[in-house]
Design a protein around this ligand. Structure first.
Ligand code: CA
Ligand code: CA
Length: 175
């Protein structure tokens, strides 16, 4: 009896890695591999488009080379996989304005516009009312009746001429 038990024991040891018992182990291993792959894909999908960087809690791209009018800036952000930046609160404004790429003496187009309805500032991406506006003391003044796009200048927002003015711009990923 002991003999048979010993043979069975060694047979088990011998065949465990390759035999019938290894198949469920392989299956579990494969499942784990698939799980890891799914996690990696999910993480990739959450990554921002190329050239965007994390600034505070969001991913932004700050253009500092080519100035464009508002429409062209918006198209550029979209081609890059984002939208013009829609600043939601003072915390977001603070991290952006402190960023090394931001020059206070330059203007940067944002997502907000009153093109559709004068004086009603909305996000061009969502169509919803702007949730956060921090105007310069002279603005919004709709100068000459043609200022319908919002830019950031000296840490504050201004309405400006969407077509005629060429400025740098800030894109954000998502939204
Ligand atoms: Ca206006
Ligand atoms: Ca203005």
């Amino acid at each position: 009896m002991l003999k048979y038990s010993t043979i069975l024991f060694f047979a088990f040891i011998e065949f465990y890695p390759y035999g019938v018992l290894s198949k469920p182990v392989d299956f579990v291993k494969k499942l784990r591999e698939v799980g890891t792959l799914v996690t990696e894909i999910a993480e990739k999908l959450q990554e921002p488009p190329e050239s965007f960087e994390r600034i505070g809690s969001k991913f932004y791209y700050i253009e500092t080379i080519q100035k464009k009018n508002w429409f062209s800036a918006r198209n550029t952000c979209r081609r890059m996989g984002g939208n013009l930046a829609n600043i939601q609160n003072s915390e977001e404004l603070i991290v952006i304005k402190r960023h090394a790429k931001i020059n206070r003496e330059e203007h940067y187009w944002l997502d907000i516009t009153d093109l559709a309805d004068e004086g009603q500032f909305v996000s061009s991406t969502t169509g919803e009312s702007a949730t956060f506006l921090k105007w310069a003391w002279t603005d919004p003044n709709n100068l000459n009746g043609v200022e319908d796009c919002v830019d950031l200048y000296r840490d504050l927002m201004q309405d400006d001429n969407c077509k005629a003015k060429k400025y740098y711009f800030i894109c954000e990923a998502g939204n």
